[in-house]
Design a protein around this ligand. Structure first.
Ligand code: CP
Ligand code: NVA
Length: 310
């Protein structure tokens, strides 16, 4: 059966830790001379803009000896009404994996249903698992461990937040999310996380108060208040989030003294985070973004090595 990576469901903590260790090795020692993805082609389909995800996948594939085919929906027959199912079936005959950034998570389900090669979620409205992989790698590098680390997420309970909850609860980190009541993370994700922490030893907590979430936190994480595709909700969202959910130096001072600041980027300085925080000494955002390259490579190898094309 083809394994996809739409979210962390179906993955074990051992597998995820293995990918993180592989990514750390790539970063420290460089990429294998054996070019393990040689002869493999990977389609990169983007419905929405991207800087980090698109470029890091493209470069990771090249470093592993593979070939990537960057595509936007507008240049595909999909934009003229060709069904997703037909597209997925046809692409399966040409390429070894499809990396896709889409508006609706259901689009990925539909692609996965009809694809005989792995579909990798490069961000949907519900999840951003590739980001969370790099986030966990960064936490491991800086804190030495993921298990037991307290992560406070402040802001919109969005795709990035849902994936962070999944990754933390799978790997035994403690996550506390502070968001307005109507912008809480997915209930389904919370219910699942509560099951996962029974095995991993982590914890998951929801609050409306940023000060509560950041208490004793090792990591303070935020993301934009208005995600791609929500532009027309700007006024309403800003009223709810701003300024209560902005990460300020004062909020950072309520976390542990050695707490780090993380953000998936792109960021809006002065909205969800003050410039003095994201550009300050506690910010790890550049290391976090750089790590995307190594975790994309590790993920691709994990999914594609030893997989024979039918
Ligand atoms: N963090 C992230 O996924 O960035 P891009 O939108 O630039 O890919
Ligand atoms: N939540 C943001 C993340 C961008 C990487 C969005 O979906 O636009």
């Amino acid at each position: 059966m083809t394994r996809h990576f739409l979210d962390f469901g179906g993955y074990t903590s051992e597998e995820i830790l293995h990918m993180i260790d592989m990514a750390i090795t790539f970063k420290k020692k460089g990429y294998p001379d054996t070019k393990p993805l040689s002869g493999k082609s990977i389609a990169l389909i983007f419905e929405k803009p991207s800087t980090r995800t698109k470029v890091s996948f493209h470069v990771a594939i090249a470093k592993l000896g593979g070939e990537s085919i960057p595509l936007s929906i507008g240049e595909m027959q999909l934009s003229r009404g060709e069904p997703l199912s037909d597209t997925a079936r046809v692409l399966s005959a040409y390429v070894d994996a499809v990396v896709a950034r889409v508006y609706r998570h259901e689009t990925l389900f539909e692609m996965a249903k009809h694809s005989s090669v792995p579909i990798i979620n490069a961000l949907s409205d519900k999840f951003h698992p590739c980001q969370a992989l790099a986030d966990m790698m960064t936490i491991k590098e800086v804190k030495g461990n993921i298990y037991g680390v307290k992560v406070a997420y402040v802001g919109d309970g969005n795709n990035v937040c849902n994936s962070l909850i999944q990754a933390c609860s799978l790997l035994g980190a403690r996550i506390s999310v502070a968001s307005p009541r109507e912008y809480r993370p997915s209930e389904e994700v919370i219910t699942q996380a509560k099951e996962w922490i029974k095995r991993s030893g982590g914890s998951v907590e929801l609050t409306e108060k940023p000060e509560e979430a950041v208490r004793d936190a090792d990591v303070v994480y935020t993301d934009v208040f208005i995600s791609m595709g929500q532009e027309e909700e700007r006024e309403r969202r800003m009223k709810v989030f701003y300024p209560e959910y902005k990460v300020t130096e004062k909020l950072m001072s309520m976390a542990r003294p050695d707490a780090i600041f993380m953000h998936c980027l792109p960021a809006h300085r002065g909205e969800e985070v003050d410039a003095s925080v994201i550009d300050g000494k506690k910010s790890l955002v550049w290391q976090q973004a750089a790590n995307r390259l190594h975790t994309e490579a590790a993920l691709l190898l994990h999914l594609l090595q030893n997989r024979r094309k039918i």
